[in-house]
Structure formats: C-alpha cells, structure tokens
Design a protein around this ligand. Sequence first.
Ligand code: ES4
Ligand code: ZN
Length: 324
Amino acid sequence: MSPFISELPKVELHLHIEGTLEPEMVFALAKRNGITLDYADESALQAAYQFSDLQSFLNVYYQGMQVLQTEQDFFDLTWAYLMRSQAENVRHVEIFFDPQAHTDRGVAFADVIGGIGRALAQARQQWGLTSHLIMSFLRHLSQESAFETLRQAEPFRQQLAGIGLDSAEKDNPPTKFREVYAAAAAQGYRLVAHAGEEGPASYIRDALDVLQVERIDHGVAAIHDAPLMARLAQERIPLTVCPLSNLKLRVINDMSEHPMLALLHAGLCVTVNSDDPAYFGGYMNANYAALQQGLGASNDEILQLALNSVEACWLSAAEKAVLT
Ligand code: ES4
Ligand code: ZN
C-alpha cells in the first residue's frame, strides 16, 4: 500500500453499514443468535461472493444481514467498521443504513439506530471521528413502505442527517419516490439517491430534477451523457463513486475502463468510496489503490479526489477546515 494513500486523511461518503458485515462476524453473530447458516464455514461463504450484476449481490447481501438482530449486533457491526476506518486514517464518515431490511423481519427501528448511533458516539468520544447517518429507502419496495419508514424515523429525527435511495435500480426509477422525497425535504432531511450505477443517465437527471437531491451516489453512467456531465461539473454536484464496487458488480469489466479520471478531468466533483467493503474486496485505502494501480491515478489526482470528498461532505466550513 502506497504510504501516500494510507497516510492521506480520508472522508467516506458512500458506505452501507450492512455491507461491512465480514464473513467472520456473520458466523459469530449466527452462533450468538442461534441461527443456522446455509454455509459450512467462512471460506464457503466468501466463495459465494462472485457477482454478475447488482441483483446477484443484493441477494447475498440481504441474506447475510439476517444475522443482525439485536441492538448489540448493530453496535458490534458499526464498531468493527469504525475501528478499521480509524486504522486507515478515515476522519469523517457519512453512513447509510437500510431500515426496511431489518424492520421487515421484525427488528425494531430503535434497536437498529440505537446500536449504530452508540458506536458512532463512542468513536466521536474516543478519537474525535465525526459522522452523519443517512436512512436509505429500498427502491424495490413501494413508496408507501418508504413513507411508513419515514414515520417510524420521526422519534429519531435529530440522529438522521439525510435520506437516500438504494437497492435494485433497474425498473425502479427516482420518479417512483417523488412524494416521499418531498415529504422528507419538508422535515429538513438532506437528500441523496443512488442513480446511474446500473441504471441510465436519465435517472441521474431525474434524481436531481424530480427528487431534488444534492449529491448522487455512483453516477458513473453520466460518462455516456455529455450535456449531463457539463451540468454536473457546472453545479459541482458531488458523485460518490465506488471503484471496487463497480468492478465487482461488472459495471466495468476492468479497472482500466473506470470513468473516474475522465469525470475528474471534466471538472466533476467525484469522490472515492467503499460502498459494501466486506463484499467488494476492500475498504477506503483499497479503493484509492485500485485507481492508482488499475487506472494509473497520480498522487495529484488522488489528492484532488480526497479534497473533493471534503468539499462534498456535510460538515460545517469550520470542521472542513480542520481536515484540509
Ligand atoms: C448497494 Cl452497490 C449498491 N447499489 C445499490 N444498492 C445497494 N445497497 C447496498 N449496496
Ligand atoms: Zn451504495
């Protein structure tokens, strides 16, 4: 690992906490909760991490997270992620969680947000890590289910910085969630959405114009739409790009095809993130290293990407100044 990458202070803006569930913890939590798994051991589970597209990953992801049942499980999951991030010089995190993936199987919203929030508070206290939490709606479910989740979140409103939209993108366009985004905006939530990961560039435009998001998660499909790229550059709309995720889910066939540097040089506010690191083969440093090794990113380009993350994050100007 290049010391320039490992020592660089980093900001993570696109991380699904359920996607940090390592095989080792799957087995430990299954044992603690008396759950029998379909896999004999950790290496058998790891062997199932061969994905052909987003849906093939989501199937494994939703299955894996069933071992998460108690407040303590969510604490342990989050704490393990934060310890890894600390070791990689990550200074600020904005974390997604998928409440419907837990409440739909009988886990209380309070236990999910309670465990995650307790770990974030402990990291803030122990090493000054700053963080924001983003509640993400599952786009394969109905808008009514998203509204129900927004209602369940009301007692925890002050712990939630924003809302997001994730899961299966194809055939679940941003327009499906128009009203629930408007309702969340009226409650003061900040707005982001996954768009242009597997879906078309038009979904990026719809996320901006219909949902009124301020940041796009992934957004790599913009590379196919020159007018949209010009707009994203002009408005400095951040894209939270995840290189190893794109490779593992076959959005690209080889890292040498990744559009990251083309987007950067076109003036877009692109950032590097890890998405679901337990499934995609690495955390923040590995994602930067993949751009360096697979795409030939220079230290100047890596620095610009890291500075873009500070620009794109939701800290105050004073807090951002500490990071740069
Ligand atoms: C996700 Cl990579 C990705 N895309 C869409 N939804 C997701 N949820 C977790 N990881
Ligand atoms: Zn994601």
